[in-house]
Design a protein around this ligand. Structure first.
Ligand SMILES: NC(=O)c1ccc[n+]([C@@H]2O[C@H](COP(=O)([O-])OP(=O)(O)OC[C@H]3O[C@@H](n4cnc5c(N)ncnc54)[C@H](O)[C@@H]3O)[C@@H](O)[C@H]2O)c1
Length: 336
């Protein structure tokens, strides 16, 4: 049974209702993954889609829900429980604002939550009238990747390894082939992948400051560093992002300098291993049957629809990551 529309504003402490009516805004590349994962959830129905550059409705479990050019039009005819925003990054802030003020739905916005700090301030200013904390969730999907969760579990189970003293992460995407379209959808490599790296690292350490940022290749690449705390110790993360390649490749190495342990995780293959010197301590693989994006978004949506969504999806986490992501670097910040 659908809940009455005026009861659908649910705080993070409440599970979504029995049936969840979803409005999908933006029917581009990542929307396909949302639709595939949501179609697996028997509780979910697709109420509408909205996208000004698409004319036809999309299929969802054998039905074709109504399609609109704009969210504004869709909300005059529907009261969804959840609005999924899968639109270009620089549209997120306006659409989150509209979803908050023109509906009572929860909002799952694609990462990054916003493209600049002014937009973040505008969303925060809605807190006086809207339940921004209870309703806005950001799809920090990399934090749900299986090798990331495996590494986090390894770390939790082995306090004897000591703090993570150094991190190196490199995220490459083949967006050079998409030319200007890549900048239109994702702004820059640091805007797009930096937030994936930071939300993934939030599983392992407490990020404290951006210590350097060097955009290069007109925004298609970057080299940034961030300070963090791990088990009471300060460390430094080196973050490389780039679109200058024909293939996707993403990996992260965590060094536990006090014990000599290293964790290597390959986000492209969703594999990992832990080693100390010549010894292999642990390894993680998968059966090869689940495509990477499904492996991220299936647990993400399961968590969002649960009674206690993972804090990595929360507005607070998005604020922390956005502020760090866009801060003016402070060399030596966080280092004692
Ligand atoms: N592609 C990926 O692998 C991926 C993965 C994770 C997150 N994301 C994020 O998802 C977002 C979208 O990425 P994408 O790759 O799907 O981009 P895309 O360009 O393929 O799709 C965006 C869609 O939004 C539509 N759109 C534009 N403005 C709109 C508006 N005002 N209202 C409704 N629809 C609108 C466009 O017509 C297009 O169909 C970006 O923020 C990106 O960072 C993408």
């Amino acid at each position: 049974m659908h809940p009455p529309a005026h009861h659908t504003t649910s705080g993070a402490q409440h599970a979504m209702r029995d049936l969840v009516r979803i409005g999908l805004v933006g029917v581009g590349i990542i929307a396909k993954t949302h639709l595939e994962v949501l179609a697996e959830q028997p509780r979910v129905t697709l109420a509408f889609t909205a996208d000004p550059h698409r004319n036809e409705a999309v299929g969802f479990r054998g039905t074709k829900p109504p399609h609109y050019a704009t969210l504004t039009h869709a909300l005059t005819e529907h009261q969804p429980d959840l609005i999924v925003l899968a639109t270009p990054t620089n549209t997120h802030a306006d659409l989150v604002g509209e979803a908050l003020t023109q509906s009572s739905a929860r909002v799952l916005v694609e990462k990054p939550l916003v493209h600049d700090l002014d937009s973040l301030a505008r969303l925060r200013s809605l807190q006086g009238t809207e339940d921004v904390h209870g309703r806005v969730f950001t799809a920090h999907h990399f934090a749900f990747s299986p090798e990331v969760r495996w590494a986090a579990q390894q770390i939790a189970e082995h306090p004897n390894w000591g703090p993570i003293t150094a991190i190196t992460s490199a995220f490459y995407d083949p967006y050079v082939l998409r030319g200007e379209q890549a900048f239109a959808s994702y702004v820059s490599s640091w805007t797009d992948s930096g937030v994936n790296q930071l939300s993934m690292l939030a599983r392992f350490v407490d990020l404290t400051a951006l210590t350097s940022a060097h955009p290069m290749d007109a925004g298609a690449s970057a080299w940034c560093t961030a300070a963090y705390r791990s088990r009471g110790t300060v460390g430094s993360a080196r973050l490389r992002t780039s679109w200058r390649t024909g293939s996707s490749s993403k990996e992260t190495v965590l060094i536990f300098g006090h014990s000599g342990v290293e964790i290597w995780i390959d986000h492209t293959a969703m594999t990992g291993f832990t080693a100390r010197g010549d010894a292999l301590l642990a390894a993680y693989g998968n059966d090869g049957k689940t495509p990477r994006k499904i492996a991220h978004y299936r647990p993400l949506h399961e968590s969002l629809l649960s009674a206690q969504p993972d804090p990595v999806l929360s507005f607070d986490t998005a604020v922390t990551i956005t502020e760090l992501h866009h801060s003016t670097p402070v060399p030596g910040a966080g280092v004692e």
